[in-house]
Design a protein around this ligand. Structure first.
Ligand SMILES: Cc1cc2nc3c(=O)[nH]c(=O)nc-3n(C[C@H](O)[C@H](O)[C@H](O)COP(=O)(O)O)c2cc1C
Length: 230
């Protein structure tokens, strides 16, 4: 078990950089479980937890994921993106954060019963919400995919920061060839599943380089856009 003292949240946020080359050292199963537990501690719309997280670690699945993320057509123009396959190949683990946009339907009853056991909802509230939550999601049908993908990405962010805190490094990755990634995780014929983001995790084999951030005035405003924070 890794014996490091976890970094506090501000330090993990400050220190975290995208790492694109990893040592071959494996991550202990206990640590992987811890990471996933931190990821699923994330908030989600109505606490419906619509993520499906797949821990890709077997050599066969890793090779399939590398292949699924290889896109020769764009590689010459966009070398950073081409690196995606190399990043996955080098990382001992890649977490695929999928989103189930029917998750609200599947999880409402269990989530409410759990919250009741935990003293968060009364019987009356549970009865009301068992109808109210499905109604909300049916009315907002065009939003359910977006909400599920956002929730999965928020969970991925929790995992990335937890990894940094526990001595690991990571890189978030997009998935231009989503259907190929879906095939790898066994969701090829599941229309309700979308891939939110991939997260490669391992022990860093390169130094952290900070590409920097724009000044706050470029994209933070007070009260309304166009009134930049200085
Ligand atoms: C959703 C998402 C997708 C990303 N996809 C890639 C990618 O495909 N390839 C890559 O090399 N980096 C990828 N990155 C990492 C970004 O390039 C990186 O976060 C950014 O340059 C800022 O650097 P930093 O993370 O070290 O602060 C991605 C980051 C995010 C949040």
């Amino acid at each position: 078990m890794n014996q490091i003292t976890p970094l506090d949240v501000p330090s993990a946020i400050q220190q975290r950089r995208s790492i694109r080359a990893f040592k071959p050292d494996p991550i202990e199963p206990e640590l992987i479980k811890q990471l996933v537990e931190f990821a699923v501690s994330a908030p989600s719309v109505s606490n419906l937890q619509p993520w499906q997280i797949v821990v890709v670690q077997s050599p066969e699945k890793k090779a399939a994921l590398v292949k699924a993320c290889t896109d020769e057509e764009i590689s010459e123009l966009r070398p950073r993106i081409y690196e995606r396959q190399k990043i996955i190949a080098s990382a001992p683990i890649t977490f695929v954060f999928a989103a189930d946009f029917n998750g609200w339907n599947k999880n409402t009853v269990n989530m409410l019963e759990l919250a009741k056991q935990n003293g968060v909802y009364t019987d009356k509230e549970v009865k009301y919400l068992k109808k109210g939550i499905p109604q909300l999601f049916e009315q907002q049908e065009d939003k359910t995919r977006e909400w599920a993908v956002k929730d999965a990405a928020i969970a991925a962010t929790h995992l990335v920061l937890a990894a940094e805190s526990l001595g690991l490094s990571s890189c978030m990755l997009y998935h231009p060839l989503e259907n190929r990634v879906k095939e790898v995780i066994g969701a090829g014929n599941m229309p309700d599943i979308a891939i939110a983001v991939l997260v490669a995790v391992g022990y860093a084999a390169e130094s952290r380089k900070n590409p920097g951030r724009l000044p706050l005035s470029a994209n933070v405003s007070i009260d309304e856009l166009g009134n930049p924070m200085e």
